[in-house]
Write a protein that binds this ligand. Structure first.
Ligand SMILES: *[C@@H]1O[C@H](CO)[C@@H](O)[C@H](O)[C@H]1NC(C)=O
Ligand SMILES: *[C@@H]1O[C@H](CO)[C@@H](O)[C@H](O)[C@H]1NC(C)=O
Ligand SMILES: *[C@@H]1O[C@H](CO)[C@@H](O)[C@H](O)[C@H]1NC(C)=O
Ligand SMILES: *[C@@H]1O[C@H](CO)[C@@H](O)[C@H](O)[C@H]1NC(C)=O
Ligand SMILES: *[C@@H]1O[C@H](CO)[C@@H](O)[C@H](O)[C@H]1NC(C)=O
Ligand SMILES: *[C@@H]1O[C@H](CO)[C@@H](O)[C@H](O)[C@H]1NC(C)=O
Ligand SMILES: *[C@@H]1O[C@H](CO)[C@@H](O)[C@H](O)[C@H]1NC(C)=O
Ligand SMILES: *[C@@H]1O[C@H](CO)[C@@H](O)[C@H](O)[C@H]1NC(C)=O
Length: 463
């Protein structure tokens, strides 16, 4: 009885946590193609339908403004957003719905080393650490896979692939979960019920790979459908600013700012009925300082194809159900995360992938005429054209700014002799006063010869 009272008290607390403290003064929704300011004196606002700031328009949100979004509803920015709060009067983006019966616990199962939290190497939190699963060459049933995904808060799932075991993960030996269609979590399946009998010995998994799963369907953890959608920045306008006093380099800087802003319980897109990131950015990212992004139904901040440097400062990214911060296919490469706590998220803290950088795209190439032998080859990103080919031209256009994509192409049969001047070089004009450091951010070396003729490639770094 005591326990029940406690639960009720807790539920009320949660409800209070997410509901407006003051009564709503204004209701918003729809498309803004003119500039608009949300004034503090008119706050709190309730947003009942999706808000869009069109290209060319600027939405200014005054310090201390509170916006309460209905479930699945969000703010889409194609123009600019100027939301600058202060340490003492933060701007708040919150759900309008109360969060009764919200599931605050994260599953004791997770998927790592995949592109998102729905696919990857299965790990189990057991005896105080995360362990990967080996199955002793025994196949799990479709029901076992499905129940494993359900225990992680998804509709269903299946086998994805095997992962080569890395020896820093203690194995969790689970040959036969033996789940039945009625099992609600993996922990109720016969193979796991007696926790004392689960072997954790490395010896039982010698040479064996770890199990990888792929989960699908909308999320299924309780309370997720009451989240609001979040902020979407879609190729918002930017300007070029100098990166240094000598005007050697410029970079793209967004006209939008998000400072001292709370973004809580976002991540449910009512249109697709799927989860999304609390802040979803494509293109040049807005300036981000003093954010508090928590309890998103998926990632905290997802930045897709960033074409300018990313800065996230003085922020807290916590308790999100996806990764904390995802930087996917960036072509700029620069990410600054300063004075920021990224912790207790369900997936990785920071998940980073440079476009064409470390993504091993498997291209299967036939080695022999009967197609029985295949060669793995990495591909590289070719969409952006190099600014200069330094084995033919040795200067950059004078109006070019950093970073540069340069290419050195040695045609077949080129012989490099130490006493002869090397054909590939570049002069870089820099102001005389200062010492500059020229950094190579990404290097990709590719041998274009057909396989099987015995050519070798080596990258030698000299003084
Ligand atoms: C909207 O605001 C921006 C930035 O403050 C300004 O540059 C622009 O001229 C304004 N547009 C209109 C139509 O007032
Ligand atoms: C597991 O499945 C694979 C193919 O999916 C099959 O070749 C293999 O025999 C199965 N192993 C066991 C132990 O059932
Ligand atoms: C993991 O394996 C590598 C190579 O086999 C070995 O050098 C290393 O000591 C191992 N690490 C641990 C923690 O066992
Ligand atoms: C929901 O989003 C996930 C992750 O992007 C995706 O894999 C899945 O297909 C989506 N589901 C639906 C029903 O759109
Ligand atoms: C982060 O906070 C510090 C201390 O208040 C401040 O000096 C710094 O400028 C802030 N960072 C950004 C990017 O605004
Ligand atoms: C990133 O780029 C790669 C190839 O360029 C593509 O396969 C992948 O789907 C992209 N990521 C997303 C999230 O679209
Ligand atoms: C933070 O980020 C900026 C990029 O704007 C960088 O120049 C600066 O040195 C970083 N570090 C600290 C501690 O502020
Ligand atoms: C380079 O030369 C070899 C041997 O002459 C030839 O087989 C190969 O196709 C050539 N590679 C390219 C990329 O032209």
């Amino acid at each position: 009885m005591l326990l029940r009272c406690l639960c009720v008290a807790l539920a009320m607390l949660c409800a209070v946590d997410a509901q407006p403290l003051e009564t709503i003064k204004n209701v918003l929704g729809g498309v803004y193609s003119e500039n608009i300011t949300l004034f503090f004196m008119n706050s709190p606002y309730r947003v009942q339908t999706d808000l869009t700031v069109e290209t060319g328009a600027t939405m200014t949100i005054q310090t201390g403004v509170q916006l309460y979004f209905d479930a699945g509803v969000g703010l889409k920015i194609k123009g600019s957003l100027y939301a600058v709060g202060s340490k003492f009067a933060r701007i708040q983006f919150l759900p309008h719905q109360s969060m009764l019966n919200y599931n605050y616990d994260f599953p004791k199962l997770r998927l790592v080393d995949g592109a998102n939290v729905r696919q990857g190497r299965l790990q189990v939190l057991f005896n105080d650490r995360w362990r990967s699963v080996c199955t002793q060459q025994t196949n799990w049933t479709a029901t076992d896979f499905s129940v494993a995904c359900q225990s992680m808060g998804y509709g269903g799932g299946g086998f994805w692939r095997w992962f080569r075991r890395n020896n820093d993960t203690m194995p969790f030996v689970l040959p036969k979960p033996g789940c039945t269609a009625g099992s609600r979590t993996l922990w109720n399946c016969p193979g796991l019920v007696d926790e004392g009998r689960i072997p954790l010995s490395e010896n039982l998994c010698q040479g064996e790979d770890d199990l990888g799963l792929y989960c699908w369907g909308p999320p299924s953890f309780s309370g997720w459908g009451r989240h609001w959608k979040g902020l979407q920045f879609l190729n918002i306008p930017f300007e070029y600013v100098n990166s240094d006093a000598d005007q050697v380099s410029v970079h793209r800087q967004s006209l939008s700012r998000l400072e001292y802003v709370d973004i809580h319980y976002a991540g449910y897109d009512g249109t697709t009925k799927n989860s999304t990131a609390a802040i979803w950015i494509q293109g040049v990212p807005p300036f981000m300082n003093g954010l508090d992004v928590r309890r998103s139904a998926r990632d905290g901040i997802f930045i897709y194809e960033a074409t300018g440097p990313i800065l996230i400062a003085n922020s807290t990214i916590i308790y999100n159900r996806g990764h904390g911060i995802v930087v996917e296919n960036t072509t700029d490469g620069r990410v600054f995360i300063n004075e920021t706590a990224v912790e207790s998220n369900y997936g990785d803290g920071v998940w980073y992938r440079h476009k064409g950088g470390n993504q091993l795209q498997l291209i299967l190439q036939s080695l022999s005429s009967d197609s029985t032998k295949w060669k793995r080859q990495t591909s590289y990103y070719e969409e952006e054209r190099p600014r200069v080919e330094i084995c033919r031209k040795h200067e950059l256009p004078s109006d070019a700014f950093f970073p540069h994509l340069i290419r050195a192409f040695l045609s077949n049969g080129t012989l490099l002799q130490p006493e002869v001047l090397h054909p590939c070089w570049l002069t870089v004009a820099l102001p005389p006063r200062l010492a500059y450091t020229f950094t190579l951010q990404f290097v990709s070396v590719v041998n274009l010869n057909p396989p099987g003729i015995g050519t070798k490639t080596a990258l030698v770094v000299c003084d």
